[in-house]
Design a protein around this ligand. Sequence first.
Ligand code: SF4
Ligand code: SF4
Length: 352
Amino acid sequence: MAVVYYTPIDSKTSINDIQKISYQLLNKIIEKEEIELETYIPLKVHFGEKGNYTYIKPEYYMGIINFLKDRNIKSSYIETSVLYGGNRNKSDLHLQTALDHGFNQLPIIFADGEQGEKYAEIEINKKHFKSCKIGYEFLKYNQLIVISHFKGHTFAGFGGAIKQLSMGHASKGGKLAMHMGIKPKIINRKCKQCKKCLLQCNENAITIGKKSFIDLNKCVGCGACVSSCPHKAITITTVKGVLNAIFQGKNFGEKIVEYAFAAQLHKRNIYINYAVNITKGCDCEPRKMKPVISDFGILISTDPVAIDKACYDLSKEKGKTFKGLHQLDYAEKIGLGSQKYNLIEILNNNVD
Ligand code: SF4
Ligand code: SF4
């Protein structure tokens, strides 16, 4: 059974305490599970889209950075560029966004080159993909600390370690392969023509008017518009209808799991999930979002499925049941990890 170490926090927990907890949770798992550390361990992070305010800020990572420094382990931030337009779709823009968001503590590596051209095909021979396009630079490292923000996600239901491994490690071609088949549609009778969705679409795919519509030739299926509509007028569908949409949604969950499987193959990763600022949408969405439940903790594990399942279960206890359970079932089925876990709670003042 997988082990997940967990320290509860709340919105009043200070940044100093969050850094201390992160440091000591890392120490705890390494001691307890006798993890051998590499001499260079990049931190897989998400820098947050410009205009998003709920991504995990770099101050949260200082406990992890200090932990590595204290052991003379070299590190960097590592990330890939996104599929859609905006401020993270090329390495130069993405770097500027990262620096604007305060990520200046470590060198920054863009694993898939300037705009997604550098990747390796990782063979997995699974249901949806025979091979996956993973950012080339990831291949250089045997061990990463994969840091994830646990929160909701328009298509996946929720996002945590699995999402960070999959979408976060895939090159643009890989991201496109996962999104393929998912397209949003505007329900005209619900559309109030408020134009909030226009601000989210970096592809200029949305036209709002008497008859609002999305140009499927321009849309890359990023999903940002869906959760931005206050009137629930944008729905996930495909050209073939609602049944197909459900099918594609399920497929999307399975596709991200297969990419996650490819990304962690032959690695000895450590996963840290921050369950704070738990919003309905993800950190790629360039807008302010309110949390749907209160902050509940920092979790660490060597199993990406167990840590996500633990976050899912704790969210449910807090009153928020996310969609997307199928991704965990499928992840367990293909051998990415285990949904059975032993949750070891380490109180802040007991961490030593
Ligand atoms: S956000 Fe929703 S209601 Fe507003 S214009 Fe877009 S589709 Fe219509
Ligand atoms: S999903 Fe929505 S926001 Fe994203 S590209 Fe398509 S229309 Fe634009």
